[in-house]
Design a protein around this ligand. Structure first.
Ligand code: CUA
Length: 320
């Protein structure tokens, strides 16, 4: 039993650290949580007042006293207070809401997105305009500056949500949605698809790796198309078995975009949108029987013999 039972209770998976909406890891989340706190304070105050009045009335008109108590008509002064306070509260919160939205979601017109993220059944594609880099499920972003995320959907409605970044945004087919995020510190942040999108909706996790500006540049550089041709048996099988129809591996003729980009698969920590730890054994297990590992996923079973599957897994895992 872990020391902190509250963390333990809320933890979704032993491999993923607790992701709480109350931990503000972006400037936008800070803003939203500030507003949430104001709401809680105001609602708490109203709850106290109503509870106190209810207690007073229950006591004042308790059994045996009700007959002797006489109903008094309150003066108009109290009616004004009764209408005035709620009106002021509504007006104040309307103002706070509008100004928060303006700060969290400034205009996106004419701005180039830093990353384009597309929801697929059931994984995430991330492409970096201008950098010639595409990846899947583990998305690197620089911390410390405002980033514009362009959010798309390839099939059905998905919903982008990293709890510690604050706001969610739906990904709707044939519609472009945007979200601003300014990540406060480098680190790892996990999220999950937040709109039911089919059989594997619950296995649609996303990991954001927030880098320092230098690390981010290094990462983009390392993900440029390979210049050395891979001549392994696995690479040959990959092309021969039509894997390339659905998957992209930069620097090769594999340009499919229906399935996740595999250019640097070996450098990721998880497989299948956070479902499995990334190692050659799990990769092999997946290739051998996709429908057993993630039922409903659009990956067919190619009925490969053990040697072929092993060579393919070894090749893919070698793509660091
Ligand atoms: Cu994608 Cu739920």
């Amino acid at each position: 039993m872990p020391v902190n039972w509250w963390d333990w209770l809320l933890q979704s998976s032993p491999n993923i650290p607790l992701q709480s909406v109350l931990k503000s890891s972006s400037l936008q989340a800070e803003d939203i949580n500030r507003l949430t706190n104001y709401f809680f304070l105001a609602a708490g105050f109203i709850l106290l007042v109503v509870a106190a009045l209810t207690a007073y009335v229950l006591y004042r008109f308790r059994e045996g006293k009700a007959q002797t108590a006489t109903a008094k008509h309150l003066s108009p002064k109290w009616e004004i207070v009764g209408i005035g306070i709620p009106t002021i509260l509504v007006a104040v919160f309307l103002y706070l809401n509008i100004t928060t939205i303006q700060r969290v979601e400034p205009d996106t017109k004419g701005k180039t997105p830093d990353v384009v993220i597309t929801g697929h059944q059931w994984w995430w594609e991330a492409s970096y305009p201008g950098a010639n880099v595409i990846t899947a499920n583990e998305i690197h972003l620089p911390a410390g500056r405002p980033l514009l995320l362009k959010l798309l959907a390839a099939d059905v409605i998905h919903d982008w949500w990293i709890p510690q970044f604050g706001n969610k945004m739906d990904m709707v087919p044939s519609q472009e949605n945007y979200l601003w995020v300014t990540i406060k510190k480098p680190g790892e942040y996990w999220g999950i698809c937040s709109e039911f999108c089919g059989a594997q909706h619950a296995h649609m996790r996303v990991k954001v790796i927030a880098d320092t500006e230098d690390d981010y540049k290094t990462w983009l550089q390392a993900h440029q198309p390979a210049t050395v041709v891979n001549t392994s048996e696995g690479a040959r099988i990959f092309q021969e078995k039509t894997c390339a129809n659905c998957h992209r591996i930069s620097g090769t003729s594999a340009r499919g975009r229906a399935g996740p980009d595999l250019s640097h698969l070996g450098s990721r920590s998880t497989l299948l949108a956070g479902l499995l730890v990334n190692n050659q054994q799990n990769l092999l297990h997946w290739i051998k029987n996709p429908q057993q590992v993630k039922p409903g996923a659009h990956m067919p079973n190619f009925l490969l013999d053990d040697t072929t599957a092993n060579q393919l897994a070894a090749y893919l895992y070698s793509l660091k």
